[in-house]
Design a protein around this ligand. Structure first.
Ligand code: NAD
Length: 296
């Protein structure tokens, strides 16, 4: 079994590490948070004292960090991953970050002769715990094939989306579709309420008609029709509105640098920013319906 350095063992990284340990890999963990480190140790990892210590003497480094600046710092900063690993170490960044930062980290890895994959995930904390995440991967065929056995321990659907940065592109495109679709779905339910059509009847009709979507059929924003959706537990996340806003903003930044138009994606970001302004962004993103209804 392999030796793995895991950096960033928070809400997502913690359970992902757990699945690598369960697969008999020997994992050395580093995080800035004492609580995250303690949970990693309890899960069976050994603790490293620094990024450099976690990255040295391992077959692969996996990172699960908040955003682009953290990834740039951890990979390319002083005593960072790229300057610390042994030759031949595989680098896998699972964070959701901006495409430019992902490509900068890839370029630095390539210059050092290292294989790297950007591999953001979908599936949330539940998917991380169950080992059923989807990984959207960007990088060379060789990096992808080397990473696959590790990713299969943490996920079910492992997709090679193309060269460096393409995993991040897939992630923001997917979440832009999801964010916009959830808003439209919530607007339809509120309109139906106001006009006197009940939730279940609308769901029965739309989920078998052209209005259907993943947001409606798997993650319905009103309680009742889909018992597992966060609406049934007063919008406890799930996938927070804060994370949705982060991903929509990443999509908007990418839109600007690609000179691509996204009037609806831009509106979706603006609507979720209202949820942030209302202090509701720790709710699940389907809680956007509360804002649309105009009642907290
Ligand atoms: P989190 O804040 O719980 O975990 C991030 C961890 O990184 C924290 O424990 C933090 O202390 C650590 N960290 C930050 N800077 C560090 C550094 N320099 N060195 C070492 N550790 C450092 O966040 P999370 O929910 O686990 O999300 C991680 C990534 O996964 C984000 O990019 C997020 O967008 C993405 N993501 C999250 C979800 C979700 O549902 N939570 C779903 C899909 C993708």
């Amino acid at each position: 079994m392999a030796k793995i350095g895991f950096i960033g063992v928070g809400n997502m990284g913690g359970p992902m590490l757990n699945n690598l340990v369960k697969a008999q890999h020997s994992v050395s963990a580093f995080d800035l948070s004492d609580a995250a480190k303690k949970a990693a140790e309890d899960a069976g990892a050994t603790l490293a004292g620094s990024v450099a210590e976690a990255a040295k003497g391992v077959d692969a480094v996996v990172t699960m960090l908040p955003a682009g600046p953290h990834v740039r710092g951890v990979y390319m900063g002083d005593d960072g991953v790229i300057g610390s690993v042994d030759a031949g170490t595989l680098l896998i960044d699972c964070s959701t970050i901006d495409v430019d930062s992902a490509r900068a980290a890839h370029a630095a890895a390539e210059a050092a002769g290292l294989d790297m994959l950007d591999a953001p995930v979908s599936g949330g904390v539940g998917g991380a715990e169950a080992g059923s995440l989807t990984f959207m991967c960007g990088g060379s065929d060789k990096a992808f094939e080397r990473a696959r056995p590790f990713l299969e321990r943490m996920g079910k659907n492992i997709v090679h989306a193309g060269p460096a940065g393409n995993g991040q592109i897939a992630k923001i495109c997917n979440n832009m579709m999801l964010g916009a679709t959830m808003i439209a779905t919530a607007e339809a339910f509120v309109l139906a309420e106001k006009l006197g059509l009940d939730h279940q009847t609308l769901w029965n009709i739309a989920s078998t008609s052209s209005g259907n979507s993943w947001a409606l059929s798997n993650y319905c924003p009103v309680p009742g029709p889909v018992p597992a959706s966060p609406a049934n537990r007063d919008y406890a996340a799930g996938f927070t509105a804060a994370n949705m806003l982060k991903d929509l903003r990443l999509a908007q930044a990418a839109m600007a640098s690609a000179r691509s138009a996204s009037p609806i994606g831009g509106q979706a970001a603006a609507v979720f920013a209202l949820m942030e302004a209302a202090g509701m962004d720790d709710l699940d993103f389907s809680g956007i319906i509360k804002l649309i209804r105009g009642k907290g």
